[in-house]
Design a protein around this ligand. Sequence first.
Ligand code: NAD
Ligand code: SER
Length: 316
Amino acid sequence: MKKILILGAGGQIGSELSARLRDIYGNDNVICSDLRPLSGPIYERGPIERIDSTQIMQIAAAVKKHNIDTIYNLAAILSATAELNPMLGWNVGIGSLVNSLEVARLFGCAVFTPSSIGAFGPSTPLDGTPQDTIQRPGTIYGVTKVTGELLSDYYFKRFGVDTRSVRFPGLISNVTLPGGGTTDYAVEIYYAAAKGEKFICPLGKDTMLDMMYMPDALDAAINLMEADPSKLIHRNSFNVAAMHFTPEEIYAEIKKHKPEFQMEYNVDPIKQSIADSWPNWMDDSCARNEWGFNPKFDLAAMTVDMLDILGKRYSK
Ligand code: NAD
Ligand code: SER
């Protein structure tokens, strides 16, 4: 049975990955940690630690104490927030990654660190973005992601550390709100619709971006970490995608269920310029061929699920 440490477990992904990993591997075999205090039913199911992942000794102490063999490194500052404070984006993204890799090297752990569509930039082919292609991002977030991919491959080749990663697109979920990314609008729009509020969209109406529903993202992370290593030609990092749409298209999909829903545009120039530099859609055939990536939700199915869950939560 794996013994897992999650860094950054309190965020959009971590709050759901914590529950899923505990379902699979057992509550006591998954240690949830974050810089911020963790509270609530998900975390109370098993051990928690307060870890600042920029401090290597804190990670090492937890790995030693709990006999950890796998680290899910989720601590990061997302794209739009990082652009407002680039040094924070670099220090958290890279600090957490380097510390995870060094602790993994010393204690023999596997490491999962998400990369992102943000690892691409304006000179990348934006339609059908290949697995192996130009990566010259124009954001500090993207710089940390490309660095992370390279360092993770380096630790695998140089030291044999079992590093694996996916390039997540924008993730849509209904447990914890996203932490300051460019794709957050695609989550917030459902909350507005469920609450009966008008939505102000920060991206222009034709801005196409790759997206994925959280259940498919959790499957991707866990299935990659469980994959037969002899089948992996790539490691850091796999393109994974499930759907792509513009604000107009997600708005139209929601209106099929909520005809009264209203959206207006007030474009945020920072988010717009980031979004314009990211892929419209990625080619994820390597993930499908090498470890069986197979997402289940498209825009229509996700919209039904999101409005059902949030509708029950916010119904008066
Ligand atoms: P999030 O912002 O929701 O959560 C990040 C967590 O890290 C937060 O709980 C925060 O408290 C914690 N954290 C920040 N600084 C820390 C530190 N010094 N030590 C320990 N914890 C710290 O982010 P998320 O959406 O859950 O993303 C997790 C990972 O997935 C990140 O690497 C992110 O870049 C990547 N990713 C996310 C998306 C997405 O759409 N959510 C898409 C692509 C990639
Ligand atoms: N959702 C993330 C962001 O917008 C993509 O990595 O920052």
